[in-house]
Design a protein around this ligand. Structure first.
Ligand code: C2E
Ligand code: MG
Ligand code: MG
Ligand code: MG
Length: 287
């Protein structure tokens, strides 16, 4: 029987799959070691007020600075980290790095704004984020108002007790919660309000479609007014042109973010942006 089973298994486990698995395992081990060696790097992308262009926060976006392969974008390792659970220690390291950066900027006398951290659903499920945030904040002498957490819609739709309890624990620390990539999942605004979310980041797909599709523009406008009625802030992601920005300004979108305003930049450049504080050229200011 054992032999038969072995034979059967062989059918499902072909040599190319084995190579693939081995490669995945190698990558995973490499990433695990890389985190320990300090190979994670954070870039920062500002979020600004829609009317004045004043920086309201900086989003931390992780990269893996691999010794041979160079700067690796998150799409190439975050999904693997999420599938394997490595996202939990990785996310912990990101929170630590963010707090250290905030402490450094404060020390340098910069006009500090909150840093916004991306947190995966798996981290919420693990239930450790609130405790890590609390200890990293206290350890660096930072106010909880200096960190914001972004979670994708999918992390909020599972209304099971465990995840909700952790979200509430995060809010109890004083850290603000934003729903990331809003419009890509299935959550409704009422549910987000029940979870007491502070704001929504509307997905780049909506921002880019708004000018081409009247239906998307109408939807965007409806989301903004409903969010405001529910006392949530609205941030538009992926603003790439002056025309898009102008359209968002007409809709009274609270904040905007995107390549048009600034790409994500390394910490040294982010410092320059913080010093500038207002990022719109004259022509983009709302009169
Ligand atoms: P996200 O949180 O939705 O971040 C926005 C992504 O869109 C970033 O890509 C950003 O560089 C990019 N982006 C910003 N403005 C524009 C624009 O105007 N046009 C276009 N085409 N793209 C724009 P990035 O840095 O590659 O990050 C991708 C995703 O990886 C993030 O999406 C987030 O879900 C995830 N991620 C990044 N850092 C972390 C982290 O520390 N922890 C976790 N769990 N996930 C992270
Ligand atoms: Mg984000
Ligand atoms: Mg997003
Ligand atoms: Mg995203």
């Amino acid at each position: 029987a054992a032999k038969a089973r072995g034979k059967g298994m062989y059918c499902f486990f072909e040599p190319h799959m084995e190579r693939h698995l081995v490669m995945q395992l190698t990558r995973l081990t490499e990433l695990k070691l890389g985190i320990g060696r300090g190979e994670l790097v954070l870039h920062y992308q500002p979020r600004v007020r829609g009317d004045t262009g004043e920086i309201t926060s900086m989003e931390a976006l992780v990269r893996w600075n691999h010794p041979e392969r160079g700067m690796i974008p998150p799409v190439e390792f975050i999904p693997m980290a999420e599938k394997t659970g490595l996202i939990v220690p990785l996310g912990e390291e990101v929170i630590r790095m963010v707090c250290m950066q905030l402490a450094r900027w404060k020390e340098e006398g910069l006009p500090v704004v909150p840093i916004s951290v991306n947190v995966a659903a798996q981290q919420i499920d693990a239930g450790t984020v609130s405790a890590i945030l609390a200890s990293a904040l206290t350890g660096n002498g930072l106010d909880a108002g200096l960190i914001e957490v972004e979670i994708t819609e999918s992390a909020t739709i599972a209304e099971d007790g465990q995840a909700v309890t952790e979200l509430q624990a995060i809010q109890k620390t004083g850290v603000k919660l934003y729903v990331d990539d809003f419009g890509t999942g299935y959550s409704c605004l009422a549910q987000l309000k029940r979870l007491d979310m502070d704001g929504l980041k509307i997905d780049r797909a909506f921002t880019s479609q708004m000018l081409n599709s009247p239906a998307d523009a109408a939807l965007f406008e409806a989301i903004v007014s409903m969010a405001h009625a529910l006392d949530m802030r609205v941030v538009a992601e992926g603003v790439e042109t002056a025309e898009q920005l102008a359209a968002l300004q007409t809709l009274s979108c609270d904040e905007v973010q995107g390549y048009y305003i600034s790409r994500p930049v390394p910490a040294a450049q982010a410092k320059g942006l913080l010093e500038k504080r207002y990022l719109f050229p004259e022509a983009d200011l709302v009169a």
